[in-house]
Design a binder for this molecule. Structure first.
Ligand code: SF4
Ligand code: SF4
Ligand code: SF4
Length: 619
């Protein structure tokens, strides 16, 4: 048969599909154009600057890895990853192969979009054509691949634990309708193809047996047209519902990946980029399990997915906005990479805890000049043993430093940022920048990861910024500090802001290895638990903070280390208030102790006691 010579075959049942497809295509293109055109000038410039660079193929690669293969979901749970992959990759390949099939059999003719989708309806005699068997087998295989994913998706709605999820999200009505349409598409395709195969023996290893089975108990010649109508209706309904349901994440995630690659990021005010991020949330619910407010305190209605859902459709309640420690564990696990913490911080703009007079005192300041500007931060001042140990090490290394917030006067600006007062924070930051620049320092060192993050992200300083763990390691590498390694077993807690916030995981470990034996806890590095002391949350009680700290500390001390090392003054303070027997020390205190070797290297138990004693002296 020469399909090339045929006019385009047509049947009215293709209309629901075609109308849905046209609608969703123009809706998505229109939305993308709208979002991009409403981005700030600088963001549009970034896109133009980067579009013809390597960033574009890198974005395409990421789209392939995340949107089709779902690599990050695979990392969370293989079965969950397979479920997402089979639906996304399977459907994508089915479309590609369907198009190749029709192009091949019509000798390269450009066909209407419905033709590849309903090809089996229009063409029953492929087997007799060249490569006909190949195409029918491959199409059956892809259909089976997708159906296994649909099966897992049904299963997940009733039992989500085997797919690695403690909890899943509830659907709003439009999600439910879209989900129903989606779940019907592929079983209906199997049914329509099965009926066709039963009538014409036109299928392969999947559709032929299904067709024979259906023919054994159903009058399939009556079902031929209704089955194709039903399949077309399911597709059309899904397309029409997609933009208003969570499935809008499918096209939007692609846009998000490109924008992110080109350097567009969440700012201190919502933009259309925020809208892109919100629409990219698939409500997969992976962020729910990561949140310690849920696992430790049983608060299970304020996690990021609920916050995002509420912000996408309406305005989140104060409870949703405030209930977050900004620990970024959810950011870390989110397969889409949404900057949820920043979106929440922007939503906190309504709360005004500070006014313009709060930081007036800063005007009269001047620093004496020194090579190193050391900043303890307000948390550092609440835990003086940390800055004392750090400065003692500086003295031993002969560092020329200036303790710029010695009298505890300057704030880095984080509290203002956390409460959404970006203008006030910017004024404070501008003043701080001048003070630091005027003292002629060539390096800024801080003990507080929170301050380090703020200096890094919000200050345009021309000098490098180090957390003290990084700077002490640098001094050790330059042989300005030498340490005595003992048998002591140390477990290290990655503070949220230093680890997930700044990506500093190696240096504290390298440094601690100079003092003792490092043993990892089960949730370290990117998965590190929060201490619960976060300044980002104001609506949990002291007892609730204590619960989080106790659970985190239990996990940290489960490996029977002699010391739990921290690198954040707030973490140290929080853990200390929750610890009964566990020894907690800042990395600077451990290093100071190891430099003051007291000849107690051989018995870990003795070491522990001595170290406690020495650390207590420093406190
Ligand atoms: S925020 Fe991320 S992890 Fe949470 S539901 Fe949305 S996509 Fe999933
Ligand atoms: S940032 Fe931390 S506390 Fe806030 S929602 Fe995410 S996981 Fe929970
Ligand atoms: S104090 Fe440490 S663990 Fe706690 S929230 Fe801050 S960085 Fe995270």
């Amino acid at each position: 048969m020469d399909l090339h010579a045929m006019h385009f075959p047509y049947h009215p049942f293709v209309l629901p599909f075609t109308i849905g497809l046209v609608f969703v295509f123009f809706y998505i293109v229109g939305k993308w154009i709208y979002w991009i055109s409403r981005l700030g000038k600088d963001d549009r410039f970034k896109i133009l600057k980067n579009i013809f660079t390597l960033k574009t193929p890198q974005a395409i690669y990421e789209v392939f890895m995340e949107c089709l293969l779902h690599r990050k979901v695979f990392k969370k749970n293989a079965l969950l990853g397979y479920m997402h992959m089979s639906l996304a990759l399977g459907w994508f390949l089915l479309i590609i192969l369907g198009n190749l099939e029709t192009r091949y059999f019509t000798h390269g003719r450009i066909n209407p979009p419905y033709f590849p989708i309903f090809f089996e309806f229009f063409e029953h005699d492929l087997i007799s054509l060249n490569y006909g068997r190949f195409f029918t087998v491959a199409m059956d295989f892809l259909l089976l691949f997708i159906l296994t994913g649909v099966g897992l998706a049904y299963f997940k709605r009733f039992k989500s634990k085997p797919l690695g999820m403690q909890r899943t999200t509830k659907h709003v009505p439009i999600d439910r309708w879209a989900l129903t349409a989606l779940w019907l598409i592929f079983p209906l395709r199997l049914f329509a193809q099965g009926v066709t195969a039963g009538l014409y023996d036109a299928g392969s290893f999947l559709t032929n047996p299904v067709g024979n089975l259906l023919a054994s108990f159903l009058p399939i010649h009556y079902l031929y047209y209704p089955s194709w109508w039903a399949y077309s209706f399911a597709l059309g309904s899904f397309f029409v519902l997609l933009p208003f349901s969570r499935y809008m994440h499918i096209p939007t995630e692609i846009l998000l990946i490109f924008l992110r690659k080109y350097g567009v990021a969440e700012k201190n005010i919502h933009s259309t980029y925020t809208k892109v991020e919100l629409s990219s949330c698939s409500r997969c619910g992976i962020c729910i399990d990561a949140c310690q407010l849920g696992s430790d305190l049983g608060i299970v209605s304020t996690q990021s997915t609920y916050f995002i859902k509420s912000l996408r459709y309406d305005k989140p309640s104060d409870l949703l906005i405030d209930s977050c420690m900004v620990c970024k564990r959810c950011d870390q696990v989110c397969p889409v990479g949404i900057d949820i913490a920043s979106i929440r911080a922007n939503e906190r703009k309504e709360l005004h805890l500070f006014d313009e007079n709060s930081y007036k005192y800063i005007n009269g300041y001047r620093y004496k000049s020194a090579k190193i500007a050391y900043f303890a931060g307000c948390m550092g001042h609440l835990t003086p043993s940390v800055y004392k140990a750090t400065l003692a090490l500086f003295d031993k290394a002969g560092v020329d430093y200036n303790f710029i917030d010695k009298d505890g006067s300057i704030c880095c600006g984080r509290p203002l940022q956390l409460t959404g007062q970006e203008d006030a924070a910017m004024q404070l930051i501008e003043k701080n920048i001048k003070l630091i620049e005027n003292c002629g320092a060539t390096v800024l060192v801080t003990s507080c990861p929170i301050c380090a993050k703020v200096f890094n992200d919000s200050y345009n300083l021309k000098i490098p910024i180090y957390h003290h763990s990084q700077y002490l390691l640098k001094l050790a590498k330059e042989q300005k500090l030498t340490f005595n390694k003992t048998d002591i077993k140390i477990t290290y807690h990655d503070p949220c802001e230093l680890g997930r916030g700044l990506g500093v995981y190696e240096e504290p470990r390298e440094l601690l290895k100079l003092a003792g034996n490092l043993i990892e806890s089960s949730n370290s590095r990117e998965n590190s638990l929060c201490c619960g002391g976060s300044l980002g949350i104001t609506n949990i009680s002291q007892e609730q903070r204590h619960t989080i700290a106790t659970i985190t500390l239990d996990e940290l001390s489960a490996n029977k280390a002699d010391i739990v090392a921290t690198a954040c003054p707030l973490c140290k303070k929080t853990f200390k208030s929750a610890s009964e027997n566990t020894m907690i020390a800042d990395i600077s205190e451990i290093m100071l102790d190891s430099i003051n070797d007291r000849g107690i290297k051989h018995n870990p138990k003795t070491v522990s006691k001595e170290v406690v004693k020495s650390i207590n002296i420093n406190r």
